[in-house]
Design a protein around this ligand. Structure first.
Ligand code: CIZ
Length: 315
């Protein structure tokens, strides 16, 4: 008998049931990033950006954190919550942007600019965070750079975010690492112009990892968290979303009277999409792949995350 759509639906329901049972049995909580598949967002206890998820992990009373996202996000959750077992359902779910800088390359750059402070985007490894003065996200990068006494700032690894911050903080000199997000850089100026032509009433919200030509066309440049807030508060009814496709599901769910459009079919992060219900069930059942950062690196990386939290939340 051929496998049908109904069989697939039944299988997905069985997986959801299995995940719910395993969660209870193991006292686990499921966190999912805003870029995850709809089916994964649906089974999550919390959906958010990497920082929100890492912070909320500290507040939950669970023994296991099932982190549906990519490697650096699970690492940040583990750095901030060393007493909990953090699982990444698919160990291959990496971040090419985070892999574009190594601690050795960062150390070499630091020795060329000894008077510069080092700011690392959260999309970086624990080792790179450990070599940085302070971390930042796309929602607080400007605030973090402004808060530092140094005039010179080494900014790693995302060049587009660094250039955007430089445009907003012209009094500082940013030395930007030439890393990029392979998903965001694929959004072209032409695609945005076409989407604007097709939806003339829509506001264009762009993520700062997009290319500068694309950001020039934006009505608002914001992080994923900023996009949710802006879409909720804006009187506009239509929005073109310049970031990963997973965002549209929650935006639409939270704003049923508004319309959201993806300007390009290329805005799909293959690593985020590696996580499926099947892998979540497998990971919970066998408690794999555990993400743990060696203690000496964890303590140094935590310092840069704590400094960012202090700048952003004052504690
Ligand atoms: O920090 C995050 O979760 C990422 C990768 C993007 C964003 O804007 O929230």
């Amino acid at each position: 008998m051929p496998y049908t759509k109904d069989d697939d639906k039944k299988y997905q329901e069985e997986l959801k049931h299995k995940i719910a049972e395993l969660k209870k049995e193991k006292n686990a909580v499921i966190l999912a990033h805003n870029y995850q598949r709809e089916s994964v967002q649906d089974i999550a206890d919390i959906v958010g950006d990497s920082l929100q998820l890492a912070r909320s992990a500290a507040k939950v009373n669970a023994d296991i954190i099932e982190f549906c996202g990519v490697q650096f996000m699970a690492e940040s959750a583990s750095i901030l919550n060393p007493d909990k077992k953090v699982l990444l359902p698919v160990k291959e779910a990496g971040c090419p942007l985070a892999d574009m800088i190594s601690p050795e390359k960062l150390m070499a750059l630091k020795s060329e600019h000894p008077d510069a402070a080092v700011v690392c985007y959260v999309n970086s490894s624990a080792e790179v965070k450990a070599e940085s003065d302070v971390a930042c996200t796309s929602s607080n990068a400007i605030e973090v750079v402004q808060s530092l006494p140094n005039q010179k700032i080494i900014f790693v690894p995302d060049e587009n975010l660094g250039k955007y911050v430089q445009s907003q903080v012209p009094q500082k000199k940013l030395i930007n690492w030439k890393g990029f997000c392979p998903t965001h850089i694929r959004l072209s100026e032409e695609e945005v112009i076409r989407a604007k032509r097709e939806h003339p009433q829509a506001e264009f919200l762009a993520h700062p990892e997009c290319n500068p030509e694309v950001l020039k066309l934006a009505d608002q440049v914001c992080s994923t968290g900023g996009m949710f807030k802006y879409a909720r508060q804006s009187p506009s009814k239509e929005f073109i979303i310049g970031t990963e496709s997973g965002m549209l599901y929650r935006l639409q769910k939270e704003n049923p009277d508004k319309k959201f459009y993806l300007p390009s079919e290329h805005l799909v992060c293959a690593n985020m999409k590696l996580i499926t219900l099947g892998w979540v069930a497998h990971s919970l059942e066998f408690e794999i792949e555990e993400v743990r950062v060696p203690e000496a690196i964890r303590l140094k990386a935590k310092k840069s995350l704590d400094k960012m939290l202090e700048i952003t939340y004052g504690k």
